[in-house]
Design a protein around this ligand. Structure first.
Ligand code: LLP
Length: 421
């Protein structure tokens, strides 16, 4: 048995399995492209997070944006995990999956009046507010509804998370949060608003973070601010430290574990006695998913060899958008390797899964598995080129459940109107 990145995806007799299900037979039965998730990988990660933070009162809020499939949110609900949301749509789905309101926190720089009213009516645990104007608008809307809104203020600790610039969020020049040196002022203003209850403080510095040091720096800076606020008579209940822990995309990657994360920050947080919130997205679900795709054509040009597959940037935009690396393997292990660009059918030069990649010498009709796509894979997919979104499957040991149907052409055309004379 040979593991591919983690123990949930293994070759047995040269065929790739997810838990105890053969991926080639899944691809043949359900057709491709298809996302396949290991339930065990998800529940093991949930338990790993719970164990890591078991010595301290902590609410784990899964970042819905990573993968908002209802069945995945239901696994979170069944395991007492809360949610970090960034839109009314995510709130709707979280509630539908059974996440209780008192475990929902709501971040994002651009919440609309409609979304704010919806979240106040749902009585969520906290708005993580990102500007003074947002604070005032929430106060006004809460007043109109004759309710109090609980808020945490998202501070921007100006820490470099050493990750891709598009997913760094905690630096001064980014649009997120309130600069840490202006935060006291905003807390004081918030404390004077009638329809606002200050719940806590929030920070999130970025995503796919592979080192612990940036977290330590951000938490130390925020704890200092918490102490200063206390001296000024502003007492908080929660410290929300965001998400961002990296995952394994390449076999040689070694991201910090939830235990490393907890062990580094708990000693700094302890004396504040605040309850903690953590918001893992990618590290909860990323390694649990693969995307299966079929080789449509092979094409040789003087410069390059191309493997053209039936999935592309509409199903998985990360390579095109961030030049992200996703490990790709053949579902049938082969000894012979070639170097090729693995590209999709979309009419864009940026539509690739991998460039100049050493890969098994696959033939037309054979299948490839794109690894570590559980997070920001299907959730960022689109219908570009009028391509139906992929089917999604959840594997539980030797059982398989469809958790999202493949979209049909009728479904894609449904919301559009043509004038009938
Ligand atoms: N909390 C907040 C406030 C966030 O903005 C995010 C992610 C998370 C938690 C979860 O972070 P995670 O644990 O997943 O790193 N589309 C990009 C990632 C964007 C992340 C945005 N915010 C990608 O595919 O790499």
């Amino acid at each position: 048995m040979k593991h591919i990145l983690n123990r949930y995806f293994t070759y047995k007799n040269k065929e790739l399995f997810c838990e105890n299900v053969n991926l080639k037979s899944l691809a043949q039965k359900y057709k491709t492209p298809v996302y396949v998730y290991s339930k065990q990988a998800i529940t093991d990660k949930i338990n790993q997070y719970k164990r890591a933070f078991s010595s301290y009162e902590t609410l784990i809020c899964y970042a819905v944006k990573a993968n908002p499939n209802l069945s995945i949110l239901k696994i979170m609900a069944e395991n007492d995990i809360g949610c970090d949301i960034v839109s009314g749509g995510e709130l709707y789905k979280a509630k539908k999956a059974g996440i209780p309101s008192n475990r929902i926190v709501y971040a994002g720089v651009g919440k609309t009046d409609f979304e704010i009213e919806y979240a106040i009516r749902e009585n969520i645990l906290s708005f993580n507010i990102e500007s003074e104007m947002e604070l005032n608008v929430i106060d006004q809307i809460a007043s109109k509804l004759r309710k109090k809104a609980r808020v945490s203020i998202r501070v921007n600790p100006d820490v470099d998370p050493k990750t891709h610039p598009y997913i760094s969020t905690g630096m001064k020049k980014s649009k997120f949060g309130i600069d840490i040196d202006q935060a006291i002022d905003v807390f004081i203003k918030a404390s004077k608003l009638k329809n606002i209850e200050i719940l806590g403080i929030h920070c999130h510095i970025g995503s796919q973070i592979m080192e612990i040091e940036p977290y330590i720096e951000a938490v130390e800076k925020t704890v200092k601010l918490i102490d200063t606020l206390k001296k000024k008579g502003i007492n908080l209940t929660f410290f929300d430290i965001g998400g961002g822990l990296g995952i394994k995309y390449k076999p040689e990657d070694s991201p910090p574990s939830p235990e490393d994360f907890a062990n580094a920050i708990l000693p700094i947080v302890k004396h504040t006695k605040l309850k903690l919130i953590v918001e893992p997205g990618r590290s909860m679900i990323g390694e649990a998913g693969v995307l299966l795709t079929q080789v449509i054509f092979l094409k040789d040009k003087k410069e390059k060899h191309f493997i053209i597959v039936d999935t592309g940037m509409n199903d998985l935009v990360r390579p095109a958008m961030y030049n992200a690396y996703h490990h790709i393997v053949s579902v049938e292990e082969k000894d012979e390797k070639i170097v090729a660009d693995i590209v999709g059918p979309i009419c864009e030069t940026g539509d690739f899964l991998a460039l100049d990649r050493e890969i098994e010498n696959v033939q037309r009709g054979e299948y490839l598995a794109v690894m570590s796509v559980g997070a920001y894979g299907s959730s960022m997919s689109s219908n570009y080129n009028v391509r139906p979104r992929a089917l999604e499957l959840l594997v539980d040991n030797d059982k398989v459940k469809v958790i999202r149907e493949r979209e049909t052409y009728d479904y894609l055309a449904m919301p559009e109107l043509i004038e009938n004379k």
